[in-house]
Ligand binder design. Structure first.
Ligand SMILES: Cc1cc2nc3c(=O)[nH]c(=O)nc-3n(C[C@H](O)[C@H](O)[C@H](O)COP(=O)(O)O)c2cc1C
Length: 297
């Protein structure tokens, strides 16, 4: 059973991934946030994120809705020496989905076929798919099971929600089970796993799973994939390495580093008062003191 760190745009960039991999074990694969084509090109910032990654088990993720996108994005991934690539059919943000990207691709079944067929032009690359149950209705995926099964995929990660649910609301285990049984690829489950007990319960329920992918749970508790208890010293070393990494990126602009560091507490389950103190800190030293309090035990 494998554990994957989910891609989280705005969080799991190269600084975060490199630091997490240095201080914690247990993650079998890290995924980059999606790369996409904008005005015929891939954003320089996203290419930089690929080149500065030192994590050996890194899978670049792409978001495409045409064979032209696939060509540009997979060539880039290949040129950077990667042999694995994940395809995003799950992003629910309207800026993407209204243009039939991410979860929005399920609104145009012909684009699903076009993109999956285009992967066949790159037999040297192992592709995986990260999908939701559809954008507005589960029949958007259930009706395309044969189309998905005709693609060359190494595994499929399923986040069992619709695009319109964004990241909350009930997980639809019934539809997940249908896809788990009917898709002909190894399945990875993704969604709302926060504790080791959550992971254990899930893999007992679905013994054929290839693995689980965890996003917010790992941001909140970076020890989760190891299954080990929280260790303040190691956490602070990891946290300092994030501060160092972002200080380098922002050329020492303290307020930018501070803003960035505060975002990492978005999904924390720590006491609300302590979290408020972190968010209100006005300097890095005040912030670090608040964090030290938050992780006292
Ligand atoms: C802020 C944010 C950014 C995300 N960025 C991406 C992304 O770039 N690619 C992707 O496939 N999923 C992205 N996701 C979805 C996560 O990878 C994951 O599927 C989702 O958070 C559910 O898993 P979790 O409950 O373990 O967090 C994002 C989610 C959030 C909250």
């Amino acid at each position: 059973m494998e554990i994957y760190f989910a891609p989280l745009q705005g969080f799991t960039d190269f600084v975060f991934r490199n630091s997490h991999a240095k201080y914690f074990k247990g993650v079998n694969k890290y995924f980059t946030p999606f790369l996409r084509v904008e005005n015929g090109e891939i954003r320089k910032k996203d290419i930089k994120d690929l080149s500065l990654s030192t994590v050996p088990n890194l899978v670049p993720q792409i978001m495409a809705n045409s064979c032209v996108d696939v060509e540009i994005l997979v060539q880039c991934v290949k040129n950077h020496g990667f042999r694995e690539c994940d395809l995003n059919f799950g992003c629910p943000f309207p800026q993407q989905s209204k243009h039939f990207y991410g979860a929005g691709i399920w609104d145009k079944p012909e684009k699903v076929s076009e993109v999956l067929s285009a992967l066949k032009n790159f037999p040297e690359i192992s592709f995986s798919l990260k999908m939701r149950l559809g954008n507005t209705d589960v029949f958007q995926t259930l009706d395309l099971i044969e189309v998905i099964n005709s693609a060359d995929l190494k595994f499929v990660t399923i986040h069992p929600r619709l695009g319109k649910q964004m990241y909350s609301g009930e997980i639809d285990f019934k539809t997940f089970e249908t896809l788990y049984e009917k898709l002909s690829f190894p399945i990875v489950y993704n969604g709302d796993l926060k504790t080791s007990a959550d992971i254990e319960t899930l893999i007992k329920k679905y013994p054929k799973l290839k693995g689980v992918m965890i996003g917010r749970g790992l941001l909140s508790n970076p020890f989760l994939a190891e299954g080990s208890p929280f260790d303040k010293k190691r956490f602070m070393e990891f946290h300092n390495s994030l501060i160092d990494g972002y200080s380098e990126i922002y050329g020492g602009a303290e307020f930018m580093v501070l803003d960035k560091m505060k975002t990492f507490w978005t999904y924390s389950d720590k006491d609300k008062k302590v979290l408020k103190k972190i968010q209100k800190s006005k300097s890095l030293s005040e912030y670090i003191a608040s964090v030290a309090m938050a992780v006292q035990n």
